[in-house]
Ligand binder design. Structure first.
Ligand code: MRU
Length: 369
């Protein structure tokens, strides 16, 4: 997908700073393709909180760019002052959303890089952080391509998959995680069909997944969330592909609310459910899904999510944004380094050991344990 979900745009041609963050405002899709451009950390925080930029990997990229903005906005004239601005900006951005571990991993990475820049002239310091944030974006795009290659080995020409929420190009730097094998299959000339859950309450499946697949010319059919069982029972689905916001050491996976129900349905119909996510979404410091912080969203997203009131005023609302799918319901976890199979405690740890980009939070915690 050619669309750039999020990028750092330098003001001038020669240097990376001063610059600004440019992102697709996903709250406006599918009606309008509008970009938000900002140099303001607070505006970026709001963009993350309000899901203008969303999806775990894209949130991680946004957070990294936010730290670069914080350094840029600081008037400090030495590195201790700039470092202070970086730490303050990172801790502010950490409060935007709690579940996707990519956000915390990327903030830690930016702080670590900043700490290593002591003694640089202020402009070089700011420039190095903008460069690091762009490297994070580019690495994310490369990880998605690799996830597509590994994921495709689980599928065959002519496959039909069911997906939930949006784990496509819009949720990442580009290309997506759960949708990466779909795009790769298309590039290889395979026949591929996708059923997309609309994904209440905020309709990421209807607004974003259906939109981006149609833009790419992929055969996509939209269903309401409560139709998944019937399409499975009708034998229409070969596999369920979903993304993740955080994967615990034992493979328990937090993803958009409704993923767990889909996993139960898939198991009942003996359909494999695969989780596709980069290692930046792994949290090996968390033994299992009970330790994953689950974001709760405002009641209005349920009662007036479609622009008009659809529930009585004053009704009690329960609105977790994510649920945890137990590892026992996940057939395999696909990341950029390969495919993990149960038992996940062993296979995920093996994949993390096989490379150096496990995410600094994870690495730091591992080192401390
Ligand atoms: O609330 P959102 O839209 O940020 O939730 C996104 C999801 O749950 C995605 O499935 C997940 O982040 C993986 S994106 C590759």
């Amino acid at each position: 997908m050619a669309l750039k979900t999020i990028e750092w745009v330098p003001d001038g041609a020669r240097r990376r700073v001063p610059g600004r963050v440019r992102l697709v405002d996903q709250t406006k899709l599918p009606e309008e393709l509008v970009y938000l451009e900002t140099k303001d950390v607070r505006e970026l925080w709001t963009a993350i909180r309000e899901l203008k930029v969303r999806g775990a990997p894209a949130i991680g990229v946004a957070a990294a760019m936010g730290v670069a903005l914080a350094a840029q906005a600081s008037s400090a004239s030495d590195t201790p002052g700039l470092l202070k601005a970086v730490v303050k900006g990172a801790s502010y951005l950490a409060g935007s959303r709690p579940t996707a571990v990519n956000l915390f991993n990327m903030l830690e990475r930016m702080k670590k890089v900043a700490a290593g820049l002591a003694g640089l002239p202020p402009d070089r310091f700011r420039e190095a952080l903008a460069k690091e944030a762009q490297a994070i974006r580019d690495e994310d795009a490369a990880m998605c391509r690799a996830i597509g290659r590994h994921g495709l080995t689980l599928l065959r020409d002519g496959f039909t998959v069911l997906t939930h929420c949006n784990a496509g190009g819009l949720a990442t730097a580009e290309y997506g995680t759960a949708l990466a094998p779909v795009y790769l299959a298309r590039e290889r000339g395979w026949k591929v069909r996708v059923f997309a859950d609309e994904t209440r309450p905020l309709l990421q499946g209807a607004r974003l997944t259906a939109w981006e697949l149609m833009q790419a010319g992929v055969d996509v059919t939209l269903i309401c969330d409560n139709m998944a069982a019937s399409v499975m029972a009708a034998g229409k689905i070969d596999a369920v592909l979903v993304g993740a916001d955080r994967i615990a050491a034992n493979g328990d996976t937090a993803n958009k609310i409704g993923t767990y129900s889909l996993a139960v349905l898939a198991a009942a119909h003996e359909i494999p459910l695969y989780v596709l996510a980069p290692t930046t979404t792994f949290d090996p410091a968390i033994p299992d899904g009970r330790h994953i912080p689950i974001e709760h969203r405002p009641a209005e997203e349920v009662t007036e999510g479609m622009g008009r009131r659809t529930a009585p005023r004053g009704v009690k609302v329960h609105s977790p944004a994510f649920d945890v799918t137990p590892a026992s319901l996940v057939r395999a976890i696909v990341c950029e380094r390969g495919i993990a199979r149960p038992p996940y405690t062993k296979s995920l740890a093996g994949l993390l050991k096989s490379g150096a980009s496990a995410g600094p939070v994870a690495r730091k915690r591992r080192a401390a344990s």
